[in-house]
Ligand binder design. Structure first.
Ligand code: NAP
Length: 267
């Protein structure tokens, strides 16, 4: 079993990473930054976003597990004091039915960003947002190659099911169970009056649909993929769809989505 640890960089996460390495060495796990079987994220859900983007090119052969240094997160199901147990589980015989982990896969959103200066491809774990740097954005939204609406306002958020509990939730979007292969388009402060009109509701699209967002004026835009910000002044369009790849999480014990939702927002 080869593993890699990515930590948030704060004192506690660094100390936990060190203790993880010591325990892992005792159990015969191999530290490998290039081709790990499991990437362990120590920090928060934000740290998992970093881990995902660092290993995106190995997504088909890498599984992720998260250790949360605060409260339990959406991507981090182990607490700091449970690291010895986690290492033991990782070192256990995968054929032993008690230790055999379950691999849970979540959908991602695929982006094709077309600029006058070239095409960029990105994949998001949480969401992608398109916002103006200076003033109202004007964006045309097409669904499956048909004009749907002309959007004026602060911006648009396109989220994955697992990202639906993050920025999307703050925008009033629905929470979507990550077993559903879909993506969600939510508005960020749309202008709605007698002249300008948008749907106003979040839209949930299935995995055989796509959406194109066209920049409809000369505008400086801030395009954010999870935690990564890109400034774009020559955007033509962004095509969004459910990605062919999925992220895999390794589960050594149950971590039900609706329990996470309840714990995060109600308890
Ligand atoms: P951050 O601003 O430091 O943290 C944003 C918060 O979102 C953190 O509390 C983080 O949890 C939480 N979070 C991340 N993914 C989540 C998920 N899937 N479900 C529920 N909560 C989640 O930024 P960051 O740590 O770099 O994370 C980037 C994310 O921040 C973006 O992907 C976006 O979803 C979110 N964001 C939200 C808003 C908003 O709600 N108005 C605005 C901008 C960005 P941890 O503390 O466990 O890391």
């Amino acid at each position: 079993m080869r593993y890699y640890v990515l930590d948030r960089g704060d004192q506690l996460s660094l100390e936990l990473a060190e203790s993880f390495h010591k325990l892992a060495a005792d159990q015969g796990l191999i530290r490998d930054a290039d081709s790990p079987d499991i990437v362990v994220s120590i920090g928060g859900d934000g740290t998992m976003l970093h881990a995902f983007h660092s290993f995106m090119d190995r997504i088909a052969s890498t599984a992720f597990v998260g250790v949360h240094t605060g409260h339990l997160g959406f991507y981090a199901d182990w607490k700091a004091d449970e690291i010895p147990e986690l290492v033991q589980m990782m070192a256990g015989d995968p054929e032993d039915s008690h230790l055999k982990p379950r691999i849970v896969q979540y959908p991602l959103v695929d982006l094709e960003i077309v600029k006058q200066s070239g095409v960029l491809k990105h994949v998001c774990l949480n969401e992608f947002t398109l916002k103006s740097v200076d003033g109202t954005v004007v964006l045309q939204v097409d669904i499956n190659d048909h004009m749907f609406e002309m959007f004026r306002g602060d911006g648009i958020c396109v989220s994955t099911p697992s990202g639906s509990t993050a920025y999307n939730k703050s925008l009033g979007g629905a929470m979507i169970h990550p077993s559903i292969e879909a993506f969600q388009i939510s508005e960020i402060a749309s202008i709605n009056n007698r002249v300008f009109r948008t749907m106003g509701s979040s839209l949930v699209l299935p995995n055989h649909h796509h959406c194109d967002i066209y920049s409809r004026k000369e505008q400086n835009l801030l395009l954010t993929v999870d935690h990564v910000n890109l400034r774009v002044s020559d955007l033509i369009s962004v095509r969004c769809k459910v990605a062919e790849q999925k992220i895999s999480f390794v589960r050594y014990r149950p971590f039900p989505f609706w329990t996470r939702v309840r714990n995060a927002f109600l308890d």
